[in-house]
Design a binder for this molecule. Structure first.
Ligand code: LLP
Length: 441
């Protein structure tokens, strides 16, 4: 049975040994559980599809990352875009996380979840003047400025308010990295950051601006990076830049190294452990004597969530057998956007069952509405439940209501308790945001 109660805080439950599991989604007597919650019972209670998160996994991943930098002056600013539910942000806040935000909305979420402004950094190429103004008033720790016009706008707004904006310039180091072309950000042709060749000149300009207080340098080269080499190349370049900037008379006291560390998705490369990442970073940055800032997203959230969905039909096509499930690309965009691989597990496992090869697809009217191609699974039937694994990051936060499919619930599990932390809207709630003009009424 599933018990529904408000989440109670429960510390010291985590296994912190290096061999502790990647996540807390496990089979008990062949039924898949999230921690101690039976997912079959949960699906019956709230309906499918839904995201379910393991609080213990979130906490564990945050601790593994933070512990890797224990003893260093480091701020771990969770990248809210990965999973922005306030219950998740609050869970991480209680572990001491700061936040990396990219919009006024995310900033409000972080503040609402109890993250102090002095632990918040604001990234993004297109911060509006209103957003800059709001963040200045909130007193955030750092603006990661991505262009000259943004620098000028921020300086002017700060000066008007008689404030000084703490900034780092995000430098584009022209290093290729990332699990897919669509999530690489550090090449010179990418829209992100200030071009490498302009960095010193822009810092010189910033120094002369009244509303600007230079604090550091920022770099973020991409996401789902499963190799330390591109990180090291970029970070060494940036360390060299810090030396140059100091020679130019800039007091650089912080270095924001962004996020990007990959996670195992069950296939292919195994990304480096945070300890190896930390060792490399300490080696490259310790001579600089700077405070380090990190913006991990996927590494914290990715394996802490799964998407549970029910098979609607099993359809025999001419060449393929389709498993048509009730989750669609609007609920999980990653396979459609980046050809992303996710493990798919049956919720009721039967190791003796025959297997079958399926294309696992959703109901949305798009050919890209497909979660897996020619995937070997135990034989499934209409009504069976499946779990799309490792969808805690960039799953729920990228959802849409395309095809007027309501945003799916998010559920947080803590031991044998669960709480619905975002509910499924009704059709009335969806259309009440729309209006008929007078001439149509
Ligand atoms: N900092 C900045 C400035 C970023 O742009 C990002 C991610 C992060 C930190 C966090 O990166 P992470 O540690 O999660 O790799 N939707 C894509 C990923 C987009 C990443 C965008 N920026 C996906 O599902 O793979």
């Amino acid at each position: 049975m599933v018990k529904k109660r408000r989440c109670a805080r429960r510390k010291n439950r985590l296994n912190k040994t290096p061999n502790s599991p990647l996540h807390h989604f496990t089979y008990k007597n062949d039924r898949l559980f999230a921690e101690d919650v039976d997912l079959t019972a949960l699906a019956d209670a709230i309906g499918t599809p839904f995201y379910v998160y393991s609080e213990a996994t979130f906490r564990r991943h945050f601790r593994v990352f933070a512990d890797a930098f224990a003893g260093s002056d480091a701020l771990v600013a969770y990248s809210v875009k990965a999973n922005s539910n306030i219950a998740i942000v609050k869970t991480l806040a209680s572990e001491g996380a700061g936040a990396d935000v990219v919009s006024a909305g995310e900033l409000q979420r972080a503040l609402h979840a109890g993250i102090g402004p002095k632990k918040i950094v604001f990234s993004g190429v297109g911060k509006t003047r209103d957003e800059l103004s709001f963040a200045l008033d909130a007193g955030i720790y750092q603006f990661n400025v991505e262009s000259e016009p943004e620098l000028v706008a921020l300086g002017a707004i700060a000066q008007e308010k008689n404030l000084s904006a703490p900034i780092a310039l995000r430098i584009n180091p022209d290093v290729a990295a990332g699990g897919h072309a669509n999530i690489s950000t550090g090449k010179s042709e990418d829209k992100f950051g200030v071009p490498w060749a302009r960095a010193r000149a822009l810092y010189a300009k910033a120094r002369a601006m009244q509303g600007i207080d230079i604090k550091g340098v920022d770099v973020h080269i991409g996401s789902q990076i499963d190799d330390l080499d591109p990180f090291e190349t970029a970070f060494k370049k940036v360390a060299g830049l810090i030396a140059d900037l100091r020679a130019d008379g800039c007091a650089i006291e912080r270095l924001d190294l962004g996020g990007g560390l990959g996670i195992p998705y069950g296939e292919g490369a195994t990304p480096p452990h945070p300890d190896a990442y930390a060792q490399m970073i300490k080696r490259v940055t310790s001579p600089l004597g700077v405070q380090l800032i990190f913006e991990p997203g996927r590494m914290i959230a990715g394996n802490a969530g799964i998407l549970v969905s029910r098979v609607i039909y099993v359809k025999a096509g001419e060449e393929r057998r389709f498993l048509i499930i009730d989750a669609g690309m609007n609920d999980l965009m990653r396979p459609a956007l980046y050809d992303a691989y996710h493990d798919i597990w049956p919720v009721q496992k039967n190791d003796n069952a025959d297997t079958e090869t399926y294309d696992i697809v959703g109901p949305v009217c798009e050919s890209t509405d497909r979660f897996a191609k020619t995937r070997r699974l135990q034989k499934m039937q209409s009504g069976d439940l499946i779990a799309i694994m490792s969808t805690g990051a960039y799953g729920a936060s990228q959802t849409s209501q395309y095809n007027t499919r309501p945003l799916i619930p998010e559920v947080l599990v803590n031991g044998d308790q669960y709480a619905v932390i975002r509910k499924r809207p009704t059709f009335d709630e969806i259309i009440e945001k729309e209006n008929l003009p007078d001439w149509l009424v």
